[in-house]
Design a protein around this ligand. Structure first.
Ligand SMILES: Nc1ncnc2c1ncn2[C@@H]1O[C@H](COP(=O)(O)OP(=O)(O)O)[C@@H](O)[C@H]1O
Ligand SMILES: [Mg+2]
Length: 342
């Protein structure tokens, strides 16, 4: 059998560019080279694509710059070479990697792509849209309001009356906690809105969960065959799981796998994670994140369609706990993508 040509895309335009490089390193080491021929596509922070030979040398050689050619549905390099991968493996986060744009490009070129398709990626990236859909299928979401950047900021007294005096303000379509703030006063509320609108014109204002535990579930599979892992727990090292709490060098955040919760609750969480996955039409993979408050009230928080793949990342660790080794996981993800009609 000819090996499948895999275009592994990494880097990218998001604040998680460096996380992507770490994830890509692990993925490359885990791919079975008898089955897959890996072509590395590095995406710069400003969105240019280059073929590179290794992660160690991220050269931006004009001869190796990639363009999509819709006439032939191939990628063309600066020196005129062309190729068509059998599958795209996006190890990217956020803007133009996880938000549906790249998935749309793959769809236009009729090339299978690992993970969710364009629609699911767009929905999952948009916290306002996904919360509406979660509510629609009967999942518990924290009460919220929506602010549009072109409108007047919602009155603080009304917000407090409706949502309580501890609130979270988030850009609807960002990620990695960028632009997310907790506000406990009017001044902080105004500041939080100002912060959030720097990242998105659509802003979510949400009731804070009371002393929440952060529980995450990994889902693997396409419609009808998808499965949920055992849940894991994130223990942030500061007030909430902020950007620094996730990525700073001195981060003391940790994970508990499996999460220390009652088996009944773990099953409920797994079932709800599958309902959420289906509600957003996810396929391939996703990580579903919940907040479990001090009264054991469970709220779905969000779905991440391209979770981290570093050695330290929750998604692969949850599958290892459920008996799926890292290299098997990557193989399953590639096969799930190849199975889909494009
Ligand atoms: N309503 C909330 N109540 C309590 N903590 C929250 C709430 N919303 C977010 N957080 C905290 O902020 C973090 C980032 O928010 P999240 O909605 O997950 O955004 P992102 O997509 O950037 O990860 C969460 O992991 C959690 O620690
Ligand atoms: Mg999150």
């Amino acid at each position: 059998m000819q090996p499948h040509n895999v275009l592994l895309l990494f880097g990218g335009e998001s604040s998680e560019h460096e996380v992507s490089l770490l994830s890509a390193k692990n993925v490359i080491e885990a791919i079975d080279i008898d089955v897959y021929n890996v072509i590395l596509g590095y995406i710069t922070k400003t969105g240019q694509w280059y073929l590179v030979d290794s992660l160690l040398e991220l050269k931006q050689d004009p001869n190796a710059q990639l363009q999509a050619d819709f006439a032939s549905n191939q990628f063309v390099t600066g020196n005129g070479d062309s190729f068509r991968p059998d599958v795209i493996l996006p190890i990217l986060h956020g803007k133009n990697g996880e938000d549906g744009a790249l998935q749309g490009l793959a769809q236009l070129m009729h090339i299978p792509i690992v993970g969710c398709d364009m629609t699911a990626s767009v929905l999952a990236m948009d916290k306002v849209a996904s919360k509406a859909l979660f509510k629609e299928v009967g999942l518990n979401v924290l009460p919220y309001r929506v602010h549009h950047a072109h409108e007047n900021v919602l009155n603080y007294t009304d917000i407090v009356r409706e949502l309580g005096d501890i609130i979270f303000v988030k850009p609807s379509r960002a990620g990695s906690s960028v632009g997310v703030s907790k506000a406990t006063s009017e001044a902080e509320y105004q500041q939080a809105i100002e912060q959030a609108v720097q990242h998105d014109t659509l802003v979510l204002i949400e009731q804070a969960a009371n002393m929440p535990r952060e529980i995450e579930v990994a889902i693997l599979g396409n419609a009808g065959t998808r499965e949920a892992s055992t849940p894991g727990e994130i223990i942030p090292d500061r007030e909430f799981y902020s950007y620094d709490s996730k990525y700073s060098e001195d981060s003391g955040s940790s994970m508990v796998i499996p999460a220390d919760i009652e088996p009944n609750l773990a099953n409920t969480i797994r079932k709800q994670a599958l309902i959420a996955y289906d509600a957003l039409h996810c396929s391939g993979m996703a990580r579903v994140d919940f907040l479990l408050d001090g009264n054991d009230e469970l709220y779905i928080n969000e779905i991440n369609t391209i979770p981290g793949f570093t050695n330290m990342s929750m998604y692969p660790k949850l599958w290892i706990e459920s008996g799926v080794a890292y290299s098997i996981l990557i193989d399953k993800l590639l096969q799930l993508a190849i199975l889909k009609t494009v």
